[in-house]
Ligand binder design. Structure first.
Ligand code: NAP
Length: 283
């Protein structure tokens, strides 16, 4: 049996979370309520998803205490000026119906990639939000090794980098940023963990799944969670998918199976907008 949690800077984090990008309205509220009723304790949203109110309503509806849920939201890249970080975080909290999030992330570095002073000012605003009790932990998303180095160097010991969220699935190796997370002891959260369903067609993942009586999606989630410091947030609007993705803690992949899945990497970055950073800078 594998652990359903990992410990980061003394805090226990459930490794499997529910992603909510493109789940909106009643479907979002019902998905979040259902997920937490059947065992999820970690949920991922963002200002950009325009579903924070529905995520909050789903949490309120579930028979689980707020303090038992690890809730993440993200500040959009147009809101990274210090005053905007504070104002929009408060808007997020109001929408979510909570006094705090467990994790507040910079969603994309955008202009911060070429302006280290601006990065420092944004990080200082995140530290202030943390000190005000509105974010238990602070982190980043879509950062390069260079940006991660700058972030670790700037943040104070009282509010260290807690997490980096980035695209990670069997078709995209993320070795430099994974190593960085392990070296500095922070969480690496895999987004787009199922390559948006592409893993289902892969023969190797299917064959490994057959051996364990599991699907290719379950093998992929298991492969992610079996790696040190890694959590994963598959999105599932379908209840059957939510149930299936949580059912990955009763089997273990062998070292050979882990390696065979690592060897599927083919540089397939699915999310690469115009405002993305220079991904490999500092690697
Ligand atoms: N920080 C960032 O910039 C960033 C970027 C992208 C995503 N994210 C986060 O990461 C989360 C996950 O990424 P994603 O939504 O892009 O892609 P994903 O989780 O890799 O894939 C979601 C797709 O896989 C399907 N699926 C889920 N479980 C399945 C299963 N057991 N069997 C078969 N199909 C299954 C879903 O179907 P149904 O929905 O129909 O069930 C959906 O079509 C997002 O929701 C978001 O929270 C963050």
């Amino acid at each position: 049996m594998a652990d359903t949690t990992t410990t980061i800077h003394g805090r226990t984090v459930p490794t499997l979370g529910l992603g909510t990008y493109k789940i909106t309205g009643d479907t979002c509220r019902e998905s979040v309520a259902h997920a937490h009723t059947m065992g999820y304790r970690h949920i991922d949203t963002a200002q950009m998803y325009q579903n924070e109110a529905e995520v909050g309503a789903g949490i309120a509806e579930a028979p689980v205490a707020r303090e038992d849920i690890f809730l993440t939201t993200k500040v959009w890249h147009t809101n990274l000026a210090p005053a905007d970080v504070k104002r929009t975080t408060e808007e997020s909290l109001r929408a979510l119906g909570t006094d705090y999030v467990d994790l507040l992330l910079i969603h994309w570095p955008a202009h911060l990639d070429s302006d280290e002073d601006a990065l420092r000012r944004t990080l200082d605003a995140f530290v202030e939000v943390h000190e005000a009790g509105q974010a238990r932990h602070i982190g980043v998303s879509n950062f390069s090794p260079k940006l991660l180095d700058q972030t670790v160097a700037h943040l104070p010991d009282e509010a260290p980098l807690f997490a980096h969220q980035a695209e990670y699935h069997p078709f995209l190796s993320q070795e430099p940023v994974l190593q960085h997370a392990r070296e500095h002891g922070y969480l690496f959260t895999a987004y787009r963990p199922l390559a948006r369903g592409a893993v289902l067609q892969n023969e190797r993942l299917r064959a490994i799944g057959e051996h364990h009586g599991k699907t290719a999606a379950q093998v992929t989630v298991r492969w992610l969670l079996q790696q040190p410091n890694v959590s994963a947030i598959p999105k599932a609007a379908s209840a059957a998918h939510r149930v299936s993705n949580l059912d990955v803690f009763d089997f273990t992949l062998s070292d050979d199976e882990m390696t065979a899945i690592h060897n599927l990497a083919r540089g397939e970055r699915q999310i690469d907008p115009a405002f993305a950073p220079a991904w490999s800078e500092g690697a």
